[in-house]
Every structure is written in C-alpha cells, then in structure tokens.
Write a protein that binds this ligand. Structure first.
Ligand code: PMP
Length: 350
C-alpha cells in the first residue's frame, strides 16, 4: 500500500479502534442531528479544547468532514461583496467553498506569491479579501511558501486560510505546516481533517475565539448537517493524544517518504521536493499514468493514479510510519519492474 493517507498508521491502532468502539456503545452509532440542535456531545467539546491547545490557536470548531470545514469557514465568512484568492492547485473543497459563498473567485498561479500580489493589487471596492491555500499540496506533495504568503496578505490587508489536511499530524511533531515555519500565531485560519494522519473522519476550523464563535452560528455546513459520529470523534481524540505523546511517528513517516523519494529518483522517476509524506511521480500523460498504475498493481503495489482535473497526470505515492523496511523494499522492486511501461515518460525531458 503506497497510496494511503493513514500517515501515522493510526486508523488501525488498537487504542484508536477501542476508543471508537467504546464511544459507539456509550453514545450510540450516530448523533441524529446537528451540533446546534440535538447532535452536540461533551466528546465533541473535549476534542475541540484539546485541538485548540495542541495546534496553538484560541479555539477550534469541529465539523463532520474536512470538506465541510472548508465550506463552513469560507461560506461563513465570505459573501458576494468579497473576493477569495485560491491557489490553482488548491483542494477542490476550497474551490467549492469559494463558489458556494458567492464571493468572487480569483485564481493565482501555484505557489506564486508575485502573481497573488498582482491579483490583490487589482482589488477594488469595500469587500474583504481571503487567500486560500493548502499547507501541503495533496497531489504534488509540495509545501506552500507560508512566510511569503503571509507577507503578501499583510501588505494587502488580506486574510489567509491554510488548509492543513496533509501537514497536520505529520510536520513539526504533528502541529502542522504553520508550526513547521514557526508562524502559527500569524495564520488566522487553519482547517484540518481527521481523514489522513488521524485515521478517522472529521473536520476542524482553528482560529481566534470570536471568529470561531461566529462560525458556530454562521457555517451552513455545520448548522445543516449531522455532527460527527461518537465513534469517529472518540477515534480522533485518541489519535490526537497519540500524536502528542508519540512524536516518533511523525519523524518515521517523513524519513520513510524521503527514503522512498531518493530510491525512486535513483530508479529514474521524477519526484518532487523532500519533507512531506507525499511523493508524487510525474508521469507526463494520461495513458502512461494509467498503464503505469496497472503495471504497479499487477506487481502488487497500490498507488493513486491522478488525472486532470484533479492535477496534471501523476502517480501519487504516500507512506506511513508503520510500513516495514521489507514492505518498502517490495514496493521498490515493483517500481523497478514498472519502468518497462513507464520508461519512455521517465526519461523524456529529464
Ligand atoms: N483538504 C484537503 C487538502 C484534502 O486533501 C482533503 C481530502 N482529500 C480535504 C480537504 C477534505 O477532507 P475530508 O476527507 O475530511 O472531507
């Protein structure tokens, strides 16, 4: 399995599954209502307090998925008078959130802060400006240039929203991309999901107390959707405590991903930068992406085939803290074999 987002191996950790089972027995299988009505549990609030504490923000708002966290944050804060500036490679949920908010959607080139500044400079009118980026880009595995983004936001009086779905639980001993850059205090809004490193399901908006309290009453994806199930909430809480207590997991996944990155490079694959759990292999065109995926599958290696519009053609590989050396060696043997299919695109233009 070289395509899972279970970066720390927590979805099957016995402490996490036991917490889920216990919560299901204690509270039931579902909450049958939204947080603001009958669906609020002490468990949700306990998780919010521990999240805010761990990630170093004043407050946290728990939603049912990461997708809904982005809809809730952007939809709750932005309206028709505002503009949302979205990185070209940002996650679909940020784009959908901007569209649903009815704000003006303005693209900027991926990780290009000069282009962002140029777009912000053209802004006129009284509306607000929100810049939405991923911390770790889910398909490419590269980091956003957070210090430069914050500087541009300051210059143009824009607010930054950082979706840290793939950085939280992994970078900076689990505290994520903002902390990796030592800039948590300067990032006003961070969204997270539990569907990656935390091995569960759930979404979070982190920010200042007053903003989070406002969103509690204005996020339609929170108000009009049932709250996270007791099992998923308890699993996320158990995972959060493991992340806090066992930072070796974060180091292990990054070490394994970087090892795979350099071995794949040595095999002739074109990979991105080190330092994240995602190692994306540039496969140039759609046919080679699919042929390579099939060949790898036939050798017993699962990766994710990525095609437009998700991103440019690539094989997205990702690693976990609990993979053994033997498993990674087996995977590398598969990647070596798949060069018979992928050879032409690996050498083209290299
Ligand atoms: N943001 C990013 C960057 C993601 O990769 C994902 C999941 N693919 C989400 C948000 C949505 O998270 P969830 O699965 O919890 O809805």
């Amino acid at each position: 399995m070289c395509g899972s987002n279970d970066y720390l191996g927590l979805s099957t950790d016995p402490r996490v599954t036991a917490a889920a089972a216990e919560a299901a027995s204690q509270y039931g299988a579902g909450c049958t209502g939204s947080r603001l009505l009958n669906g609020n549990l002490d468990l949700h609030e306990e998780l919010e307090r521990e999240l805010a504490d761990f990630f170093g923000k004043e407050a946290a708002l728990l939603l049912t998925t990461g997708y809904q966290a982005n809809l809730g944050a952007i939809g709750g804060l932005c309206g028709p008078a505002d503009t949302v500036y979205v990185d070209k490679e940002a996650h679909a949920s940020l784009i959908d959130a901007a569209r649903l908010s009815r704000a003006k959607l303005q693209w900027f080139h991926h990780n290009d802060t000069e282009d962002l500044a140029a777009k912000l400079a053209q802004h006129s009118g009284p509306g607000g400006k929100l810049v939405a980026v991923d911390g770790v880009y889910s398909m490419e595995g590269d980091l956003c240039p957070l210090p430069e983004l914050l500087d541009v936001c300051d210059r143009f009086d824009a607010t930054l929203l950082l979706d840290d779905a793939h950085g939280a639980g992994v970078l900076a001993a689990g505290r994520g991309t903002a902390e990796h850059f030592g800039l948590t205090d300067r990032v006003p809004l961070i969204t997270l999901t539990f569907s990656k490193a935390f091995g569960s399901i759930g979404g979070v908006v982190l920010g200042d107390e007053d903003v989070v309290e406002y969103l509690r009453h204005h996020s339609r994806s929170l108000l009009f959707s049932a709250s996270a199930s007791p099992a998923n909430t308890a699993a996320a809480l158990a995972s959060l405590r493991i992340v806090r207590d066992e930072p070796w997991r974060c180091e292990a996944v990054l070490k394994k991903a970087d090892h795979m990155r350099s071995e794949l490079l040595a095999l002739g694959y074109r990979t991105g930068e080190p330092g994240t759990p995602v190692v994306s292999l540039d496969t140039q065109d759609e046919i080679h992406t699919l042929l390579g995926w099939r060949r790898l599958m036939d050798t017993g290696v699962y990766v994710n085939a990525v095609l437009p519009p998700a991103a440019s053609p690539r094989l997205r590989t990702s690693y976990t803290a609990v993979q053994t050396e033997e498993q990674l060696d087996r995977a590398l043997a598969g990647f070596a074999l798949a060069r018979d299919v992928l050879g032409p695109v690996l050498t083209r233009g290299a």
